[in-house]
Design a protein around this ligand. Structure first.
Ligand code: CP
Length: 370
């Protein structure tokens, strides 16, 4: 029988998971070992979180993330409370995010939050006496999807380093892309092919991460230019909901379609991942190709979240930070930043380790306009 980690003997030391980059590699390694135990011996974890309660507070639609979090809690013997439509909660009466989190934390041991605004999970973490998990904040980050992606890659390829990885589609607004790129740059020898139109290129702060780490990367406009060289192809959807207008969306939709002809140019070993949902970017014939493992990836996501909850749900009560602003007369200029919607939030800027010369919003990573 597998030995379940004792309370306190947790893989993840972090109090909150807001960005995979905040997790050390030994923490990731410990988490992965736990996830493997869960995959191989799920029966050993049936009571691992008995008596604990998870909250899934989803201000934006979801199928995989919300259900996999809830299933993860149930499979650990925990329970969950949830809203998936803020209009059915007191948010619709004008309750702030800060108060919503303080209330939900009264009833729960961990809160998974999804929000359409960037930096919302970070803001929640400042006021929460229980761990906050970022389940996707607008076009910014989606670290538990990254855990699902990394578990899939490591389980199926056996390693997360020395790989050629293509990321295709909406690299600008794709939070899963930003999180995955940030994560894969932490492992040595990975090479990146960024396949997009000029309009949907990755944001500057992600390019800065690639360049600061000296990683080989190529920005290309077609899949044909790189598919034969890839170990992993990460397809993404063009996300209608992130565009300012229907016209802007239509100008980008349907440009990248993975079909049988393109798959013929890929190696037999290449794996196709996709965070899902997919619309038209992968044809039905390709869906049946054994190299396409995105449905398995979604299942690994549940196991990854079980491993994470196993660490977070036993943390006990935390001391919220309630920070003050660390700048004078300066605001984040990103209209999608949570601080421009929840106006009580203190403005906070940080100097990223990778480039201490610049200032970035601590919530959403947007560069400061001085
Ligand atoms: N991958 C993902 O985040 O899917 P959902 O939006 O369905 O949760």
């Amino acid at each position: 029988m597998t030995k379940i980690k004792e309370r306190g003997e947790v893989a993840v030391q972090l109090n909150h998971l807001l960005d995979f980059g905040e997790m050390t590699l030994p923490e990731w390694d410990g988490l992965y070992q736990t996830v493997e135990q869960i995959i191989d011996h799920p029966e050993d974890f049936l009571d691992a979180c008995r008596g604990k309660v998870l909250a899934t507070t989803f201000f934006e639609p979801s199928t995989r993330t919300i259900f996999s979090f809830q299933a993860a809690a149930l499979r650990l013997g925990a329970t969950y409370i949830s809203f998936s439509d803020p209009n059915n909660s007191s948010v619709s009466k004008g309750e702030t995010l800060r108060d919503t989190i303080r209330i939900v934390a009264n009833y729960t041991d961990t809160i998974a939050i999804r929000h359409s605004l960037e930096g919302a999970a970070k803001a929640a973490s400042f006021y929460s006496p229980v761990p906050i998990v970022n389940a996707g904040d607008g076009g910014h980050l989606h670290p538990t999807q990254t855990l699902a992606d990394l578990v899939t890659i490591r389980r199926r390829i056996g390693r997360t380093e020395g790989l050629s990885i293509g990321l295709c589609g909406d690299l600008k607004y794709g939070r899963t892309v930003h999180s995955l790129l940030g994560a894969m740059t932490r492992f040595p020898g990975n090479k990146f092919y960024l396949v997009s139109t000029p309009e949907l290129r990755v944001p500057r702060y992600v390019i800065d991460i690639l360049e600061a780490g000296g990683h080989e990367y190529h920005e290309v406009s077609t899949l044909d230019e790189c598919i034969g060289a890839l170990d992993v192809l990460y397809m993404t959807r063009i996300q209608k909901e992130r565009f300012a207008s229907e016209q802007e969306y239509k100008s980008q939709a349907g440009i990248y379609i993975l079909d049988g002809e393109k798959m013929k140019k890929a190696g037999d070993h290449m794996l196709v991942l996709h965070p899902l949902p997919k619309i038209d970017e992968i044809t039905d014939e390709v869906d049946l190709d054994p190299r396409c493992i995105y449905f398995d990836q979604a299942r690994y996501g549940m196991f990854a979240r079980m491993g994470l909850l196993l660490s977070l749900m036993h943390k006990g009560r935390l001391s919220p930070v309630y920070p003050e602003s660390n700048v004078e007369e300066m605001r984040c200029h990103n209209p999608k930043c949570i601080t421009n919607h929840e106006r009580y939030l203190p403005q906070r800027f940080i100097r990223p380790e990778r480039n201490p010369a610049e200032l970035r919003c601590e919530y959403c990573d947007a560069p400061a306009r001085l």
